[in-house]
Write a protein that binds this ligand. Structure first.
Ligand code: ZN
Length: 470
């Protein structure tokens, strides 16, 4: 094992607790990876082409990486991030890599650093910390390996021991990459997930055009309320043929509404009409659609995920220049108790429905989310997410939710990543932190070790399969 990775990393510092944590971790270390929510590109698995170069694997597509560099004044153009207008950006992978390596100290103390070191060491055998000095040697070593058969996406998928991975697609996606995977005869299990924001959020770029396209694809009149709902039903069924077991909803808030049918129809006419849509109607419509999606989930069995609370595209200049998902999304306070009540009044008692709640607002864990999930049969808590997908974030999640919701109202780990080589690292961090948390309970005699082993295995593997019906 490379000197970049200490075998006891992230385990408790107290030697007696660490000893228990090590034993627990030994039970889960090599379990297969179940990745029920994420954003890897299905074309990687479909076409199995070599990743082009180290910069285009580790820097250019990873907003965790380039947002930190940008925060220190490095222009995104110099990091090769494509511009919305197709304008000039750095194309030389080595130049991008050198800039990244010279600034690697910026990642000290961040989970990004831990994920990168894990991939550098376990995949590429790097022994030395990345820096200006080691940049070229690291680049050459990684670039050379990336050309090899063993470093193509499918080989890595197998090496990572991924049992199943979900990607996330819009209803407007034809899922041709998924079709290609199926047709190829390759045995890796890649499924899609239904992410309807582009046709559910009246404030999404190109909403009206998207609806038109939605109608063409489904053969439904998506400018009538019944036709629009029928289009969703059809598309969900189509996604299920490519293995989808979940839908995913990324709304600014957790607001839900349950309007009487005529009011819902009138609202639909307003948000699809010619007049500009008010912010209030946009919010009302997104919230009504969560309830409609829950109704469809009861029919077709898709698990719902609600990912609220990100103020998207906070930096207007970056959005104009580079588009969305460029590290400029910022968390904001999120309320759940009143926001979810309309949906829960209608469907919260349905044991056949699973709604997985995520948050970027950690103050809601103990006050709102754990009490909700610890009561309503339809609710589960998703793991620490995005800005909180970190050792400290995971510890805070367990500390603030377990006493009220227990472990079995949570759903294991999601890597939620676009960065393929970080997948094993992220699951490994979650396994280590959970084992540390369980070891504390064992050492305080709040849990027997044989129970802790069972929970550790469930958190690493079993709960994700069960909650996501995979
Ligand atoms: Zn996601």
């Amino acid at each position: 094992m490379s000197s970049l990775l200490h075998p006891d990393r992230l385990l408790p510092a107290d030697p007696s607790v660490r000893a228990v944590a090590r034993r627990l971790y030994g039970e889960v270390e090599t379990l297969p990876i179940v990745s029920p929510h994420g954003h890897t590109d299905p074309r990687w698995y479909a076409f199995n082409e070599n990743f082009p170069d180290p910069a285009r694997l580790f820097v250019v597509p990873d907003h965790y990486v380039f947002r930190m560099l940008y925060s220190q004044g490095i222009p995104l153009e110099k990091l090769g991030v494509p511009r919305a207008d197709g304008g000039e950006t750095e194309q030389d992978g080595r130049a991008i890599w050198r800039l990244f390596a010279a600034n690697y100290h910026l990642f000290r103390g961040t989970p990004t650093r831990a994920w990168l070191d894990h991939a550098f060491a376990t995949l590429f055998g790097l022994e030395e910390r990345l820096s200006e000095k080691t940049a070229d040697a690291a680049y050459d070593l990684i670039a050379d390996k990336l050309q090899q058969e063993a470093f193509r996406p499918r080989a890595l998928f197998e090496r990572f021991n991924i049992e199943v991975i979900a990607t996330t697609e819009s209803p407007l996606d034809d899922l041709s990459a998924h079709a290609e995977i199926r047709a190829s005869g390759w045995g890796g299990r890649v499924v899609t997930a239904y992410r309807p924001d582009p046709v559910v959020d009246p404030e999404f770029e190109g909403f009206t055009t998207n609806l038109r396209r939605f109608g063409e694809i489904t053969g439904e009149d998506t400018f009538s309320w019944p036709g629009y709902l029928a289009a969703h039903r059809k598309r969900r069924a189509f996604f299920k043929t490519f293995g989808a077991t979940s839908s995913d909803h990324g709304h600014p808030t957790a607001a839900t509404f349950d309007l009487p049918p005529q009011e819902a129809e009138a609202l639909f006419r307003r948000v699809t009409g010619n007049a500009p849509v008010s912010a209030q109607d946009a919010e009302l419509f997104r919230g009504q659609m969560l309830t409609e999606m829950a109704r469809m989930s009861l029919e077709d069995g898709l698990v719902m995920q609600i990912h609220p609370g990100a103020v998207r595209n906070h930096n207007g200049q970056i959005f104009a220049r580079f588009g969305r998902d460029k590290g400029a999304d910022i968390p904001s306070p999120t309320e759940y108790v009143r926001a979810l009540k309309p949906l829960l009044d209608r469907f919260g008692n349905e044991a056949g429905l699973t709604i997985i709640l995520f948050t970027l607002d950690e103050t809601s864990y103990a006050r709102e989310l754990a009490p909700l999930a610890g009561h309503y049969p339809a609710l589960r808590l998703g793991p620490a997410w995005w800005f909180h997908d970190s050792p400290e974030g995971m510890k805070r999640f367990r500390a603030m939710t377990t006493e009220t919701a227990g472990f079995y109202n949570t759903v294991g780990f999601n890597d939620d990543t676009r960065a393929f080589p970080s997948i094993p690292a992220r699951h490994d961090v979650a396994r280590r932190i959970d084992c540390g948390f369980l070891a504390e309970l064992v050492c305080e005699h709040r849990l027997d070790e044989d129970e802790a082993v069972e929970v550790a295995r469930d958190l690493a593997y079993g709960l994700a399969k069960k909650a996501y019906r995979l």
